[in-house]
Write a protein that binds this ligand. Structure first.
Ligand SMILES: Nc1ncnc2c1ncn2[C@@H]1O[C@H](COP(=O)(O)OP(=O)(O)OP(=O)(O)O)[C@@H](O)[C@H]1O
Ligand SMILES: [Mg+2]
Length: 363
């Protein structure tokens, strides 16, 4: 399908789709795209292509994909103002953290800020704390990456390192998620960054969520929060974060809500990405340090299909794997993974995957 977008109009593309800019210039979340660059819109994601000058797009639509043209930009004015505010920042590194429930636009806002900051030649680290809808590392991890050029989807960034948490919601074990975030932030600070952009998960409502986010805030101590409320759901949390500097930005009106199932599908795309080309590897148990989830009963510690985090001896996450089985005779672990080197540490997750890398929801 070919589409001409007049200057100032926006084409919203719902994935799975790919869009080539044949001629002209478009803006996607603050990234300028031109010269036959091809952009992938993942299933369950929507990207806005705003024509900076009349643009011809070549579009391939997958199943259930679609396009819709709207007038103007879909980036709220408050997002642009947020980016302007950051231009005046003196203190470096400057840590910002984004808060909002699921489908409020957190990831898109992060992407936009990152693109705007990159155009100011700032060195940006992204710390992705959303376990269930990870953009940077594999699902069930918290991960960080450096963004060196503009991006339309944070999913394309290469993770520098990740901490394997092993479940999809921090409510399973808030302490473990906080520990992972704290370690990753420390690693970032040991390198060089002007801005650390921390994305968070959508668990913001209820006493436990408020406690978790408050503890996380104390641990990471961001210089500024950007909050994306949809109505009054963030108020108890914002009250608990009283001592922090906060700026409220708008949730875009064109957001497409995703069902639980869509979210799971998106996550499964993440497992598939990190398990592409996986083969069964056999590693002697005596050469591995095994880490299990603290609250798992002993008899359930090594069920088949368990999602695994594989680290090297320096605790760099090499990738993920799926437990094929424990071989009691050879005293070895058989793991389905695309990681080629032998790990030093194998961490067991709570999530279990079936042979198609789908979440085993009954497990
Ligand atoms: N300004 C915008 N214009 C067009 N589409 C947008 C805009 N902002 C967000 N979207 C789309 O709306 C959907 C939800 O946004 P996004 O993924 O940023 O939310 P989120 O809060 O990170 O959600 P989650 O909790 O699932 O991680 C995405 O498909 C995104 O591409
Ligand atoms: Mg997100």
């Amino acid at each position: 399908m070919k589409k001409t977008i007049e200057k100032g109009k926006t084409l919203l593309v719902d994935g799975p789709a790919s869009v080539s800019v044949v001629s002209g210039k478009v803006d996607v979340f603050g990234a300028t795209v031109k010269n036959s660059v091809k952009i992938v819109v993942r299933e369950g994601k929507r990207l806005p292509f705003t024509a900076l000058e009349t643009a011809n797009l070549g579009i391939l639509l997958g199943e259930n994909a679609g396009v819709e043209e709207v007038d103007g930009s879909t980036i709220p004015q408050s997002w642009a103002e947020a980016a302007e505010t950051l231009k005046n920042v003196q203190k470096k590194p400057f840590t910002i953290m984004i808060l909002g429930k699921s489908d409020s636009g957190k990831t898109s806002f992060c992407t936009y800020l990152i693109n705007r900051l990159i155009s100011e030649n700032q060195k940006i680290a992204v710390l992705d704390g959303d376990l269930g809808q990870s953009d940077v590392g594999p699902p069930c991890t918290v991960a960080y990456a450096f963004a060196t050029k503009s991006v339309t989807d944070l999913f394309t960034l290469r993770a520098e390192n990740a901490f394997f948490v092993g479940f999809t919601s921090p409510s399973e074990s808030p302490d473990k998620a906080i520990k992972g975030m704290t370690l990753m932030k420390q690693e970032i600070l040991d390198k060089v960054a002007d801005f650390v952009v921390v994305n968070s998960d959508g668990w913001v409502e209820g006493e436990e969520a408020v406690r978790y986010k408050s503890q996380l805030a104390e641990a990471l101590n961001p210089d500024l929060f950007f909050c994306i409320p949809q109505s009054n759901e963030l108020e108890p949390l914002l009250a608990a974060l009283e001592r922090f500097r906060k700026i409220t930005v708008d949730s875009p009106v064109v957001i497409r809500q995703r069902s639980r199932e869509k979210r799971r599908n998106l996550r499964e795309l993440g497992y598939a990405k990190y398990l592409a080309g996986a083969k069964v590897k056999t590693w002697p148990l005596r050469m591995l340090t095994i880490e299990t989830q603290n609250d798992t009963p002993a008899e359930q510690k090594h069920p088949e299909g368990s999602l695994l985090g594989l680290y090297d001896a320096q605790r760099k996450l090499l990738g993920i794997g799926v437990l094929h089985r424990v071989d009691p005779v050879r005293k070895a672990l058989k793991v389905l993974t695309s990681v080629s080197i032998k790990p030093a540490i194998v961490a067991f997750g709570k999530v279990r995957l079936d042979e198609n890398f789908k979440e085993n929801v009954n497990a």
